[in-house]
Design a protein around this ligand. Structure first.
Ligand SMILES: [Zn+2]
Length: 99
């Protein structure tokens, strides 16, 4: 049975094969369609859904340390998302104060 490795992050093809590990030990793949050699699951460690679940928990008043305890993520990770989405989060904070 063929192992599902996901899609090529460059061209989106499913036609990818495992291609050993890089120097930091991360699984790499080779795309047969666009010939890319890339690391599997590099920055996409957390699916969008998971990410927003964590952000929502933060909005409910959890601290970053709390998120670390609940989700076992390094607190720098949600901290980075929160900085990226700070306008959205500020709006949500304001709304939850009113309601
Ligand atoms: Zn590709």
């Amino acid at each position: 049975m063929k192992e599902n490795l996901g899609n090529c992050t460059k061209c989106g093809s499913k036609n990818i094969i495992k291609n050993g590990h890089n120097s930091t030990g991360k699984q790499q793949y080779h795309c047969k369609d666009c010939k890319a050699h890339r690391i599997l699951e590099s920055e996409k460690k957390y699916p969008e859904q998971r990410k927003w679940e964590i952000i929502r928990t933060y909005l409910e008043g959890s601290s970053l340390r709390g998120l670390q305890r609940i989700y076992h993520v390094a607190y720098q990770t949600p901290s980075r998302w929160i900085k990226k989405n700070d306008h959205f989060i500020a709006n949500n904070r304001r709304n939850s104060c009113i309601s």
